[in-house]
Structures are given as structure tokens and as C-alpha cells.
Design a protein around this ligand. Structure first.
Ligand code: NI
Length: 176
């Protein structure tokens, strides 16, 4: 069984902490696997395309992503202890976050990233991200470092247009 957990919002101190590295020995623990299942359940319920553990009050370096509905399809993915080995280029788009409900901002992100980490079985993975997927990886990584997009974005505003409302309500990062 997977459970929907409460998504904490801006103002909650856990969102501002640098999350702790996951001990690889912990990955096989049923409690940790339950956390991952709950993260997916919570992300799909929101609905969002990405969710970082701190957003449900768990200060650990792990996030989930599911972009299967996007043309740049990726997921469902678990990334534990992620690290960028490359960031290049620059791209601006509208960004929102489940932990900052109803708001969007204009965000500059790297155009392409390469990310190393572990999957839910503790296996090493390397992900290359461009487009929405690349921006999502950067957004979730920021959550693990206690950073919210509103710290970096320009023109943070209530979502008003259809596109903005879509961003604010439906996705954690990026524009289409
Ligand atoms: Ni977010």
C-alpha cells in the first residue's frame, strides 16, 4: 500500500534544510521503499511531475520524477543522492512548485544537465536531461539543498493565465 502524504509549503523549516545523504545500506529497507511508494502516490495525487522528499517533511536526498505524459518522456524515476556532473547552456521558462501553491515565476535554468545517482534498487544511474526533464531535475535538486525556485526566479506572481495556472497546479517545474 502506498499513502498520500501531506505536502509541506513555503514557511515550513524542513524545506529550508540541506537534506541528508541516503546511506546506500538503507535503500533496501522496507521503510525506505515505503517512502518511495508514498512519494509517487503523493506526486500523482497532487498532481505533479516531480517531488523531493523534503516536500513531505523527510530531509533525505531523494526525489521522484514522472514525465511519461510529456513528449520528452521519462519515468517513473527515483533518484537517490543525485549529483550533477555537467550543467551547460541557459534557458528561461515559467516555473511553479507544489510547495508554493498558486504562484509562478520566470526561471533561468541550465539547458542541459547530466545527473548521477542511485535508483530505488541502489544501482548507479546516469541521466541526461534537456527540456522539461532537465529543468525538473534542477528544480528537485534545489529542494534537496533547501532552495525554492522563488529564491532565484524573477517576477514571482500569482498564476493567472491558463498556462500559468497549469504550471502552478499541475507541475513542479518548467513550461511546455
Ligand atoms: Ni518544487
Amino acid at each position: 500500500m502506498a499513502y498520500i502524504r501531506e505536502i509541506i509549503t513555503d514557511g515550513h523549516p524542513t524545506l529550508r534544510k540541506v537534506a541528508k545523504k541516503v546511506d546506500p545500506a538503507e535503500i533496501g529497507d522496507p521503510l525506505f521503499q515505503q517512502l518511495l511508494d508514498d512519494m509517487f502516490e503523493t506526486m500523482y495525487d497532487a498532481p505533479g511531475i516531480g517531488l523531493a522528499a523534503p516536500q513531505i517533511g523527510v530531509s533525505k536526498r531523494v526525489f521522484t520524477v514522472d514525465l511519461q505524459d510529456d513528449e520528452d518522456a521519462h519515468g517513473p524515476l527515483v533518484v537517490i543522492n543525485p549529483k550533477f556532473t555537467l550543467t551547460e547552456g541557459e534557458v528561461e521558462s515559467i516555473e511553479g512548485c507544489l510547495s508554493v501553491p498558486g504562484m509562478v515565476g520566470d526561471m533561468t535554468r541550465s539547458e542541459r544537465v547530466v545527473c548521477n545517482g542511485l535508483d530505488r534498487h541502489g544501482k548507479k544511474i546516469t541521466l541526461e536531461g534537456t527540456g522539461l526533464f532537465g529543468r525538473c531535475l534542477q528544480h528537485e535538486m534545489d529542494h534537496l539543498d533547501g532552495i525554492l525556485y522563488i529564491d532565484k526566479a524573477k517576477n514571482v506572481r500569482p498564476a493567472t493565465t491558463d498556462e500559468e495556472v497549469g504550471e502552478a497546479e499541475a507541475v513542479a517545474a518548467g513550461a511546455r
